[in-house]
Structure formats: C-alpha cells, structure tokens
Design a protein around this ligand. Structure first.
Ligand SMILES: NC(=O)c1ccc[n+]([C@@H]2O[C@H](COP(=O)([O-])OP(=O)(O)OC[C@H]3O[C@@H](n4cnc5c(N)ncnc54)[C@H](O)[C@@H]3O)[C@@H](O)[C@H]2O)c1
Ligand SMILES: [Zn+2]
Length: 354
C-alpha cells in the first residue's frame, strides 16, 4: 500500500510494529487478528471526545473480524488520568468477562493510552493491548517506550512498563485535531529532529508535515525508538529525549500548567539553544534556525517568567549547591548531547538563554 510507513520496535517484553498511514481505523479488526490470532473479545478504551469521532468505526471493524467489542468511555482531560478511572476500566473489563487472550484497545491521545496500557498491565497480571493514537503526541511519543501511568498527587507517579502488541496510527484521525493540540505534538517532532535527525528537521522546515505526515511521524518515532531500545528501563540514555524539558517543565510549573507541554518544551529548546550559542557551544545560527521553525509551527520561543523563578521551579528539591544536573546541550541543529554539570550551570543557561 502506498504511503504506509512501518517502524518495527524490539523490546524485551515483545516486538511490535507501529504502522502509520491513512484509512487504517477501518482495518483495526483484521490487523488485530493478525497479531493476536486467539483474541475473540476486546474493550475499546477512549475518552468522550474521541468516542464521538471514531469509536463507531473501530467497534464495527472489530466485530466484522469476529471480535466481540465493548467500549469504556471516560471524560477527556488530564484531570481524569487517575487510579479511579483505571479502576473503572478494570471493572468494565471484568463485567464484560474479558479473558487473558482478550485485548485492550486504546483509542485516543496520551491520556487514554497511558491508562488503557496500565489497565492492560494489571488485568489478570497482563493482557495484550494495542494503541490507536489519535493525537500527534501519542502517535510519535507515547506509542514508543512502553510507559503507562496515572497521576496520584505527582504526575505519572504510578505506572508500569507494558509494551503494546501493535500501534496503528491513522493520520486521517489527526486531521480532526484542533490546531493548538496538533502544534503541541509538533514540538516533540521538532525536538526529535533537533536532537538527532537533521533530515527530519529539514522536512519540517520545508513544511512537509502538512503534505507527508506519515513519513514525518515515522522518522520522529524512529528517533525515540532507537533511544528507547538502548535504554528500555529509562536509566540514563533516554535523557537525550529531554531536550528542552528541564526549562519546559519549569515553565509548566510556573504557569500552573496553563502553558501546554508542547509550548513549554518549544520555549525550553529555544532557551537552551540561545544559551549554547552565546556560550560558544553551539554553531552560530543554530538558535535562530530553531526559533524560525518553532515560530513557523505556531509555537512560542520565549517566556515572561524570570530566571530566578524558573530556576527554583526547575530544581525543586535539588537545590543544594554542589549537586549535579543532566543538561541537554546543543552543538548544532540535529546534534544534541547529555552533559552532567553542577546545578548552577542551569542558572547560567537561564540568564544567557531567556
Ligand atoms: N507514555 C508515554 O511515554 C508518554 C509520553 C508523552 C506523554 N504522555 C502522556 O500523554 C498525555 C498527553 O497526551 P495528549 O497530548 O495526547 O493529550 P490527551 O490524550 O488529553 O488529548 C488531548 C485532547 O485532544 C482530544 N483528542 C484526541 N484525539 C483527537 C482527535 N483526533 N480529534 C480531536 N480531538 C482529539 C482529547 O479528547 C483531549 O481532549 C499526558 O498525560 C502525558 O503524561 C505519555
Ligand atoms: Zn515531552
């Protein structure tokens, strides 16, 4: 089939494919049966917004493939990413008599994927799950890495590593996203390009994410997949994916999460790039190039929060001097590296980069 892209992900738990293309949702049933031949029943976990858009065709496709399917719907939004929602998913799975061979189908963004994945990891000590990401963020970020989680006071503090058996990303679904949610996902794509795939960065500069989204997602996913397979349990090397995130998280905190994750990361990347350029670490022109792309993607490049507030927010309880911090430095667009430095170096980055 033309225009279809596949990324094979190998993990210790299981190997799986991420298939990216168009008109994939109507094929969910057949494709699920191909990877899980014993599956006869499934639960489609989704939020109320996504349900209205796509649940009907997903349920119909599963039924047509001989898989009895029910949906489990909860209200959209990060505030519902809780243990209580996961419990309601588990109760629904039990009530519908799901077996060890049954499947959990996550239909939605990262919030749905994180909770459906956790419910799949817990039910009968683990049942298969497949992901149908409907946001750009879920398609290229949470579809790889096997992390599932809910918030409990702190964000993502309870979870498990549980790998999907298949990820189907139907780009037609992404056409329904409000522009600001699409832009939010683009921030992570810019990040993957800036960190290690200059070719992807150049595709974005040429605006190819508008014309050839499946290929851009495939390249973006591949960056994450390569890093994650080298560091499955998140013990160090994955930090490279945190480019823009230390300052980004600080901006999210200072704004009481009014600034979205993608916008905060976009600013965080620009702050780091400007600082690295001023400090003679990054090639001249790198920061300007990054800023132009961030701008073109309708994302912000600067914040009003002062350096001292951001510094305090970034360090939280790590404020003692002498402690070290992993900073994601940029040499040039497409070439970033992890640098362990004294925490004070972050203050310098904020002074130089804001
Ligand atoms: N597991 C991981 O590795 C990983 C990685 C990154 C982020 N995350 C998590 O992902 C979550 C954020 O994910 P997100 O940005 O996808 O948020 P989300 O799941 O809340 O989706 C954003 C909004 O878009 C709506 N929506 C989804 N698909 C749509 C579509 N096709 N058309 C119109 N509206 C649609 C949703 O109903 C929701 O209101 C966070 O909780 C974060 O912690 C997890
Ligand atoms: Zn992120």
């Amino acid at each position: 089939m033309s225009g279809m892209e596949t990324v094979h992900v190998a993990t210790r738990q299981r190997d799986y494919d991420i298939i990216i293309g168009r008109n994939l949702l109507p094929e969910v049933g057949q494709r699920l049966r191909a990877v899980l031949p014993k599956c006869r029943s499934a639960i489609v976990v989704t939020d109320d917004t996504v349900e209205k858009l796509f649940a009907g065709e997903v349920l119909a496709s599963l039924e047509a493939a001989g898989i009895s399917a029910h949906s489990c719907v909860f209200p959209h939004g990060e505030e519902h990413k809780t243990m209580a929602t996961v419990l309601s998913i588990l109760e629904s799975m039990e009530a519908h008599g799901l077996q060890r061979s049954s499947a959990v189908v996550a239909l939605g963004g990262g919030v749905v994927g994180d909770m459906a994945g956790l419910a799949a990891a817990l039910y009968m000590r683990g049942v298969p799950f497949i992901q149908l990401p409907t946001t750009l963020l879920a398609a290229q970020d949470s579809s790889v890495g096997g992390k599932t989680a809910v918030n409990l006071g702190a964000k993502n503090i309870v979870g498990a590593f549980w790998q999907p058996s298949l990820v189907l990303c139907d780009c037609n679904a992404l056409d329904h996203l409000p522009p600001y949610i699409f832009a939010d996902g683009l921030a992570e794509m810019i990040k993957h390009g800036a960190v290690s795939d200059l070719g992807l960065f150049e595709m974005l500069e040429r605006g190819e994410h508008r014309k050839n989204l499946p290929e851009c997602i495939r390249r973006s996913v591949s960056v994450k997949a390569a890093v994650v397979s080298a560091d499955e349990r998140d013990t160090g090397a994955r930090q490279i994916l945190n480019f823009g995130h230390t300052v980004g998280h600080a901006i999210e905190k200072c704004s009481r999460f009014w600034v979205t994750h993608g916008s905060a990361v976009a600013i965080g990347m620009c702050v780091m790039a400007r600082a690295c350029e001023r400090q003679g670490i990054a090639e001249p022109g790198s920061a300007g190039r990054l800023e132009r792309l961030v701008n073109a993607c309708s994302l912000p490049t600067r914040t009003e929060f002062p350096a001292d507030e951001l510094y305090a927010a970034a360090l939280g309880d790590k404020k003692r001097s002498g402690d070290s911090i992993a900073l994601l430095r940029m040499r040039s667009v497409g070439d970033c590296y992890i640098s362990t430095e004294p925490v004070e170096a972050l203050a310098e980055v904020l002074r130089e980069g804001l």
